[in-house]
Design a protein around this ligand. Structure first.
Ligand SMILES: Nc1nc(=O)c2c([nH]1)NC[C@@H]1CN(c3ccc(C(=O)N[C@@H](CCC(=O)O)C(=O)O)cc3)CN21
Ligand SMILES: O=c1ccn([C@H]2C[C@H](O)[C@@H](COP(=O)(O)O)O2)c(=O)[nH]1
Length: 261
């Protein structure tokens, strides 16, 4: 079992067995558990599910959209062939003052990289998408909204804080994307990758995802793939999609699920 499959399938089993069932904003009830944590040793293994196909390129494009392009314009994603934000696009083509907008507004990537390089022992390395002043002007308030970073013995560690996690669709994207982000930041700060913690405050399975996720429970995990990052890239903004590749990704079939809006 890969560490990703093991922790994910354990969470799915836990939610199905012990989850609290209730309705929510979307009208599609969920089973949920409070306060769950995944821990990934990035030195050891790249975290992506093998018990179903996760569209790695799509997840990386969304990550680039937020942190490299620092955009809130859904049309930019569409130009890359990504449609997962279409339902939240406003008439002006944006998602309001959300996600990449907040990274650009405060130069959060630049500050993070500068801080990690010049004051690695600082305990204030944080990027946050949760801006109280702008929350009312966001098409969707950010779910994976904060990262807290740490340097220990030349290794870069990161905790991803997620207030709300759609275990069927969002979560498999989120930990894989942020693992890529840790690799990217580590490379441009001359650090080795360390641990990624992924904290989920409300980890939920939508009612119409219950049968689909059950099909995944009995699948055997394959060997984890490797991540390749072009070692020549030294500046974060020089990264292109071609600089990041997944090698030997072997996976079980995709599982179709409808996204709750
Ligand atoms: N209810 C809900 N769940 C989410 O995960 C979510 C939202 N809303 N709103 C904003 C974004 C959009 N996200 C999404 C939306 C759709 C997929 C999805 O359909 N994934 C498919 C493949 C899609 C594709 O290849 O284009 C999958 O099998 O993972 C994933 C993440 C994550 N976020
Ligand atoms: O990166 C993401 C973005 C969104 N989600 C999920 C979590 C929830 O199911 C919905 C958001 O609804 P709220 O009522 O605002 O919590 O989107 C995700 O898992 N990952």
């Amino acid at each position: 079992m890969t560490q990703a499959d093991k922790q994910y399938l354990e969470l799915v089993r836990d939610i199905l067995t012990y989850g609290y069932y209730d309705n929510n904003r979307t009208g599609i009830p969920t089973k949920k558990l409070f306060g769950k944590l995944f821990t990934f040793d990035l030195q050891n293994e790249f975290p992506i599910l093998t018990t179903k196909f996760v569209p790695f390129k799509t997840a990386v494009k969304e990550l680039f959209w937020i942190y490299v392009m620092q955009s809130n314009d859904v049309r930019g994603l569409q130009q890359m062939g990504v449609t997962v934000w279409d339902e939240w696009m406003r008439e002006d083509g944006s998602i309001g003052k959300a996600y990449g907008y907040q990274i650009a507004k405060y130069k959060q990537i630049d500050k993070l990289i500068d801080g990690l390089k010049n004051d690695p022992q600082s305990r204030r390395h944080i990027m946050t998408l949760w801006n109280l002043d702008d929350l009312d002007d966001m098409a969707l308030q950010p779910c994976a909204f904060q990262t807290i970073w740490d340097v220990s013995n030349g290794h870069l560690n990161c905790t991803l804080v997620q207030r709300s996690g759609d275990v069927g669709l969002g979560i498999p994207f989120n930990f894989t994307q942020y693992a890529v982000l840790v690799h990217m930041i580590a490379q441009v700060t001359n650090l080795k990758v360390g641990t990624l913690n992924h904290y989920m405050n409300n980890a939920h399975i939508y009612e119409n995802h219950i049968e689909p996720v059950k099909t995944q429970l009995n699948r055997e995990s394959y060997h984890a793939p490797d991540l390749w990052i072009n070692p020549d890239v030294k500046d974060f903004y020089d990264f292109t999609l071609n600089d990041i590749k997944l090698i030997n990704y072997k996976y079980h079939p995709k599982i179709d699920m409808v996204v709750a809006i």
